[in-house]
Design a binder for this molecule. Sequence first.
Ligand code: NAP
Length: 247
Amino acid sequence: MGKVLVVTGGSRGIGRAVCLLAAERGWTLCLSYVANREAADAVVREIEAKGGRALAVRSDVAVEADIAALFEAADRLGPLGGLVNNAGVVDRAARVEDMTAERLTRMMTTNVVGSFLCAAQAVRRMSTKHGGQGGAIVNLSSVAARLGGPNQYVDYAASKGAIDTFTTGLALEVAAEGIRVNAVAPGLIDTDIHASGGQPDRMARLGPSTPIGRAGTAEEVAAPIVWLLSDEASYTTGTIVTVSGGR
Ligand code: NAP
């Protein structure tokens, strides 16, 4: 079986699509979820039905002990070869003057601190400096980092700006240790995340305004992520691939 890939938030949306495609390419999947066990188990079953290997672990990226447990579970599957820092949240549309410390802390803890802590676990296992065999990390950014999310979610946009800088810095830090670190910045992608932010019609409303004329699919984001994880991307590190239909 292939090397182990940890995908945070692999139960739905982009993370799910990454798990299914990566399994087809030979990765053994260790995917996390936070609430939706049925969806996570369904991804595992779908992978196993095609002859792949996968494990779903309940692990909140906002809880450090959960992250440690996720990577310990991954260790039991074999040597770690990759991480996709996919789990992320949005919140209800709000202006900055109405954002509470509680909201901002949840946003930054989940989207930023969680990604740092998962990457730390991965680097400890994959870095040649620590006796590992190298690997690849892909972080989920967003075009919101560039657009700023005014009147909707400047907090979310700023969390993804932090992910961009994190990608650059970590990529340089571990480049000579066999680990490549890149990010993918999706635009409007048709997943549940918009409903979770109180805007279930967001794709139908905004999709046609993109230069390509429609929202993207989770599969269209998964493809470059799985490529960045692969040996075909062996000279690519520290970059941010925009997948936004020109937006
Ligand atoms: P989604 O459909 O809402 O799915 C979110 C996934 O993350 C689910 O598997 C969920 O697990 C998991 N999750 C949420 N909070 C978690 C936590 N605290 N700990 C662990 N897992 C958690 O989201 P998506 O649209 O696929 O987005 C995936 C990533 O792409 C995010 O980082 C997002 O910011 C980014 N992105 C998305 C878009 C877009 O338009 N969709 C655009 C730009 C960037 P459960 O199933 O258990 O709830």
